[in-house]
Design a protein around this ligand. Structure first.
Ligand SMILES: Nc1ncnc2c1ncn2[C@@H]1O[C@H](COP(=O)(O)OP(=O)(O)OP(=O)(O)O)[C@@H](O)[C@H]1O
Ligand SMILES: [Mg+2]
Length: 357
């Protein structure tokens, strides 16, 4: 397999595997420290929202007489959630000693209380790539901003790669939902950068020509700036990158494969936004590279714009896929509230007649 190295302003690519040993050691330590944080969080954490937010969240959790029968996954998720609640009495010292022997996969919470309930007391496994997909204006970006906030408040580094909105607008958006984005930018936990998708497509094109169009090129993706080692990478959006490849579906697919591999090798957690015409893989219209991306991802979270038969519009969210974690398989209602952001109501299963868009 031919290795291709590239050096381009703003997207400097190191030879794949250069400094790997050092990197691996570093990653191991990072993973251990991350694991201990997360394990402690699992057993002690409660949603850190304001009282008002908790009230809204409880409203979503409130008794719903028409709720559908629990699925098997939901039962598992509930049981796990209960186990964690029961463990709350365990002393911190005990927790720490349990951690070292625990083989459990480290996970992270999104910080969106209602959504985390769908994860059944667990979380999204760390170092995985999860697609966040849905139609226009369905809530994908706001979801990612919440996860960014959740990482930043724990002092973890987040890289938000925007191909659509300018940096200032995203920071302002976070601030408007009560997230101290400016503070995170100042203390270096949050890096918001705007990228040009055409630059990426051109670089991939150049690499592939150099590799004489071999399908297996080995490059550090041009995408991640080499000077940043984030714990979480948010890409907004894959759709913008794909469109810059203007019909070169195969090249985009190769690029995606490389990117997934890079994120995995470097133990980065990532959320990759994708705009879809048919959310939840309903019906036709998915290209071969879309399908490949779906299979490559470790998880898929879907946002829906919903039209009820009454004519009313609402929002909904679903976890479609999450490798290695039990989760609640229902489409539940969600809402975007001024000054608060995204609220997910895990007890409000979508029912009656509706159209998902
Ligand atoms: N302050 C606010 N109060 C209430 N709703 C808001 C507020 N800000 C945004 N929204 C709603 O959130 C929606 C946009 O959410 P978001 O930007 O996360 O969507 P998206 O899926 O990323 O959209 P796109 O595909 O256009 O990038 C808007 O359509 C708007 O209805
Ligand atoms: Mg968006």
């Amino acid at each position: 397999m031919k290795k291709v190295y590239m050096n381009k302003k703003g997207f400097l690519g190191l030879p794949f595997g250069s400094g790997k040993k050092k990197e691996e050691k570093k990653v191991e330590n990072k993973e251990n420290s991350e694991k201990s944080d997360i394990e402690i969080e699992k057993k002690t954490a409660k949603p850190k929202e304001s009282e008002e937010t908790i009230k809204d969240y409880k409203a979503g959790l409130g008794e719903d007489p028409t709720i559908e029968t629990l699925t098997e996954e939901m039962k598992i998720a509930k049981r796990i959630a209960k186990e964690y609640t029961e463990e709350e009495g365990v002393s911190k010292k005990q927790e720490e000693s349990d951690e070292s022997s625990s083989k459990e996969v480290p996970t992270y919470k999104t910080g969106i209380a209602g959504f985390d309930v769908l994860l059944g007391g667990g979380g999204i496994p760390c170092s995985t790539s999860v697609l966040v997909e849905g139609g226009p204006g369905s809530g994908k970006t706001i979801f990612c901003l919440h996860v960014a906030q959740s990482f930043c408040e724990k002092g973890k580094k987040v890289l938000y790669m925007s191909f659509e909105e300018p940096e200032e607008r995203l920071i302002q958006h976070m601030e408007s939902f009560g997230m101290p984005a400016k503070k995170y930018v100042e203390n270096g936990t949050l890096i918001v950068r705007r990228f040009n998708a055409l630059d990426i497509a051109r670089s991939v094109e150049a690499l592939l020509s150099e590799a004489k169009k071999e399908l297996l090129i080995e490059v550090q993706p041009i995408l991640i700036p080499q000077d940043i080692e984030p714990d979480l990478v948010l890409i907004d959006s894959l759709t913008s990158i794909a469109s810059a490849f203007s019909g070169e579906d195969n090249r985009f697919r190769i690029y995606m494969e490389q990117m997934f591999r890079y994120l995995e090798n470097n133990k980065m957690s990532s959320l990759l936004i994708r705009e879809v015409a048919n959310p939840g893989h309903i019906g036709e219209g998915h290209s071969a590279s879309d399908e490949a991306t779906s299979f490559l991802s470790d998880g898929i979270i879907v946002f829906y714009n919903v039209v009820l038969n009454t004519g009313k519009r609402t929002r909904a969210i679903e976890i479609l896929k999450l490798r290695g974690q039990p989760f609640d398989r229902r489409i539940v209602e969600a809402e975007i509230i001024n000054k608060k952001g995204l609220m997910v109501y895990p007890k409000r299963t979508l029912k009656g007649k509706y159209t998902l868009t």
